[in-house]
Design a protein around this ligand. Structure first.
Ligand SMILES: Cc1cc2nc3c(=O)[nH]c(=O)nc-3n(C[C@H](O)[C@H](O)[C@H](O)COP(=O)(O)O)c2cc1C
Length: 210
C-alpha cells in the first residue's frame, strides 16, 4: 500500500462518528508523509501566497445576516458547496472580521452569489466604516436574512459549526432554502481583478460527480 492509499484510509477513519474531529495529517502513517518530501521547510510569505493562490479564479458572494434589526454582510470569495446529502455549504471568514461574530450570533446566514454587474456591491461589502446597506435593495429570505436584489442566486443557511483555521474560521452551514434569482453571467475574481466568464465550445460533456 503506498502513501496515497494510506491517506485515503485515514480519512475514512476520521469520517466515522467515533473519531474525534478535526482530522489532522499526523494521524496518517509515517510513509504517507513521503509524498510531501519536496515541500520547502519554511512557510511561504503572505505576498507569495496571495500571488500564487490568486490564480485560482472564484465567484464572489456577499454573506448576509440580521443582527437584531440590523442587516450585516461581507464580501466573500472563500465560499464552497460542501455536501449534497445533507445539503451543506461552507465559507471562510477572517478572525479579524467584525461581521463574523454577528453572523455566528444570528445562527443563520444567506449566501448571495453576485452577478457580473455587481462589482460595486463586491467593493461596498468589503469596505470598512461605511453603511454597507445604504441604498441597497434587499428583501428577507425565508430564514430572515437579507437577499440582495439582482444577485444570481441565494442560499439560506443555519450555522452548523465554526472551525478555527489559521487566521480564518471555516463556517459550515446547513442549507434550508435556496433559489436562482436571475439568469446572468457571474462575477469572477482572478488575480486581484474582476474577470469575464464565458462558456467554451466543443469541450465535451463532463461526468456528473457532484
Ligand atoms: C473579492 C473579495 C473577496 C473577499 N473574500 C473574503 C473571504 O473569503 N473571507 C474574508 O474573511 N474576507 C474576504 N474579503 C474581505 C472582506 O470582505 C472584508 O475584509 C471584510 O468585509 C471586512 O469587514 P468586516 O470587519 O466588517 O467583516 C474579500 C474581499 C474582496 C474584495
Amino acid at each position: 500500500m503506498d502513501g496515497r492509499r494510506r491517506a485515503t484510509s485515514g480519512f475514512e477513519r476520521a469520517d466515522t462518528p467515533s473519531t474525534a474531529l478535526p482530522f489532522r495529517p499526523h494521524h496518517l502513517a509515517a510513509t504517507a508523509r513521503g509524498a510531501h518530501d519536496t515541500e520547502p521547510a519554511a512557510a511561504p510569505a503572505p505576498a507569495r501566497f496571495r500571488e500564487v493562490l490568486g490564480n485560482f479564479a472564484t465567484g464572489v458572494t456577499v454573506i448576509t445576516a440580521l443582527d437584531g434589526p440590523a442587516p450585516v454582510g461581507f464580501t466573500c470569495q472563500a465560499f464552497t458547496s460542501l455536501s449534497l446529502d445533507p445539503p451543506m455549504v461552507s465559507f471562510s471568514v477572517s478572525r479579524d472580521s467584525s461581521t463574523r461574530p454577528r453572523i455566528l450570533a444570528a445562527g443563520r446566514f444567506c449566501v448571495n452569489v453576485l452577478a457580473f454587474d455587481q462589482h460595486g456591491l463586491c467593493a461596498r461589502f468589503a469596505a470598512r466604516g461605511a453603511d454597507r446597506f445604504a441604498g441597497v435593495d434587499w428583501w428577507r429570505s425565508p430564514g430572515g436574512c437579507p437577499v440582495l436584489d439582482g444577485s444570481l442566486a441565494w442560499i439560506d443557511c443555519t450555522v452548523e459549526a465554526g472551525y478555527p483555521a489559521g487566521d480564518h474560521m471555516i463556517v459550515v452551514g446547513n442549507v434550508r432554502a435556496l433559489s436562482v434569482q436571475r439568469e446572468a453571467a457571474p462575477l469572477v475574481y482572478h488575480r486581484g481583478a474582476f474577470a469575464n466568464c464565458f462558456p467554451l465550445a466543443n469541450t465535451g460533456a463532463l461526468p456528473r460527480v457532484c
